[in-house]
Design a binder for this molecule. Structure first.
Ligand code: GSY
Length: 172
């Protein structure tokens, strides 16, 4: 079984409903088991800033898919939920990005793992560090690194994960 962390984002339509439905959709795949979900954060847009705020979160999945197979499933899921590949940094109904896959470094045309921009983005690191097991993340990433990120103040809890129960937002 492989361990992967996947970032989820949305800034169009019923953001939370879309994210919730996407997680339920992934739960139905018998090659994916969602082990943990982070709180949901509302975040100021980074990159192209003249767009609506995002909701962002991270999930931990156990999967028998190879990394490129998982990528394909996530892209199909984005497409199913109405994602269109338009403006590169522009608004989107659903964004699913593989952040980590085991402790592997992957660099092929379609996929770079660890995700190349994750270290600069508080909207990714805050939910990742909330749920990640220390052994799953590279050693140079810690909570101190977060304080230095420019977008840290733009990341606010929108819906807290409730207690210790896993996947609390998204029971199937
Ligand atoms: O890279 C994912 C899409 N995206 C986001 C996002 O998910 N959250 C925030 N806050 N800004 C973003 N800019 C882009 S592009």
């Amino acid at each position: 079984m492989n361990v992967s962390y996947v970032a989820i984002g949305s800034n169009q339509g019923d953001r939370a409903g879309i994210m919730q439905d996407a997680i339920r959709f992934l739960m139905k795949d018998n090659q994916i088991q969602i082990e943990k979900t982070s709180s949901i954060y509302e975040t100021d847009p980074v990159g192209y800033t003249d767009q609506a705020k995002f909701l962002n979160m991270v999930i931990k999945v156990n999967t028998s898919y190879a990394a490129l197979e998982l990528l394909k499933v996530l892209q199909q899921t984005e497409h199913f939920f109405g994602r269109e590949r338009g403006v590169r940094w522009g608004p989107r109904t659903l964004d699913l990005d593989i952040l980590l896959y085991n402790q592997e470094n992957i660099e092929v045309e379609e996929l770079i793992i660890p995700h190349p921009r994750m270290w600069e983005r508080a909207f990714v690191l805050v939910p990742l560090l909330e749920i990640a097991d220390r052994r799953d993340i590279p050693k140079d990433i810690d909570k101190e690194a977060l304080l230095e990120l420019q977008d840290r103040e733009g990341v606010q809890v929108w819906k807290l994960k409730n207690g210790e129960e896993e996947s609390v937002h998204f029971e199937s």
